[in-house]
Design a protein around this ligand. Structure first.
Ligand SMILES: NC(=O)c1ccc[n+]([C@@H]2O[C@H](COP(=O)([O-])OP(=O)(O)OC[C@H]3O[C@@H](n4cnc5c(N)ncnc54)[C@H](OP(=O)(O)O)[C@@H]3O)[C@@H](O)[C@H]2O)c1
Length: 202
């Protein structure tokens, strides 16, 4: 899939991860549209991004309108509302768009432990999303090892590593639970580094 990376929609950007991502992308010169269940909250979040990155290009829309606004759409919501959110944005998405799903099926999203994963029939949140979006929309699972705190603070040397087919999301999504367990134990914001990659990815 080839999509322009000069503009992006973030569904759930009033939350921790989505907001950090919005600020990072806006600071990098990307036009950002904030999607929310509530238009007022979307506009208020866009204002917060503007305060963090004066002069950046940012606006706020309800989820359905935001999902149609750009070719690239990031989804960052609690798993308990993942199904209904994907159905809602799927109604306005079109073939050729790319949905980057950061949602993690943590048990915490339904009152359980943040270090436990929920079983998802499709295998992962991202695979559930792929089942629900219109044909021609590509789903990628990403950002599971990036903490909201690090996005707002530092992000040196971060790059994408392609882990293969979408079914790998079952493993990458669960890395969030692993990171939470490590971070609680060591009271830090630890990350994960993959070593031995080709120079072109370094
Ligand atoms: N935080 C992290 O560091 C981190 C790291 C890796 C992965 N993740 C994953 O990324 C996703 C987002 O994480 P987050 O910490 O940003 O989540 P969050 O702050 O709890 O929620 C993000 C946004 O989701 C929207 N939302 C939709 N349905 C909701 C509901 N029923 N209850 C509450 N909010 C709802 C809200 O936006 P509106 O009210 O504006 O619609 C909310 O601001 C999660 O699946 C999480 O597991 C998070």
């Amino acid at each position: 899939v080839s999509v322009p990376d000069s503009s992006v929609t973030i569904i759930g950007a009033s939350g921790a991860l989505g907001f950090g991502l919005a600020v990072r992308l806006a600071a990098a010169g990307v036009e950002v549209t904030i999607g929310s269940r509530d238009t007022g909250r979307a506009e208020e979040t866009a204002q917060r991004v503007l305060v963090a990155v004066p002069g950046c290009a940012v606006n706020g829309l309800d989820n359905a309108a935001a999902a149609a606004a750009h070719e690239l759409v990031v989804l960052s919501v609690p798993f308990r509302s993942h199904h209904e959110t994907v159905v809602q944005i799927g109604a306005t998405m079109r073939p050729g768009q790319l949905l980057i799903d950061a949602t993690v099926p943590l048990a915490a999203s339904v009152g359980g432990k943040p270090t436990r994963m929920l079983g998802v029939w499709q295998g992962s949140a991202a695979q559930q999303a792929q089942e629900l979006v219109p044909d021609g929309v590509t789903v990628v699972a990403a950002l599971h090892t990036v903490s909201a705190a690090a996005l707002l603070d530092r992000i040196d040397g971060l790059r994408c590593v392609d882990a293969g087919r979408l079914e790998m999301a079952r493993i990458t999504e669960s890395l969030t639970a692993l990171m939470i367990a490590v971070n609680v134990r060591y009271k830090t914001h630890a990350g994960i580094r993959i070593t031995g990659l080709p120079d072109t990815l370094r």
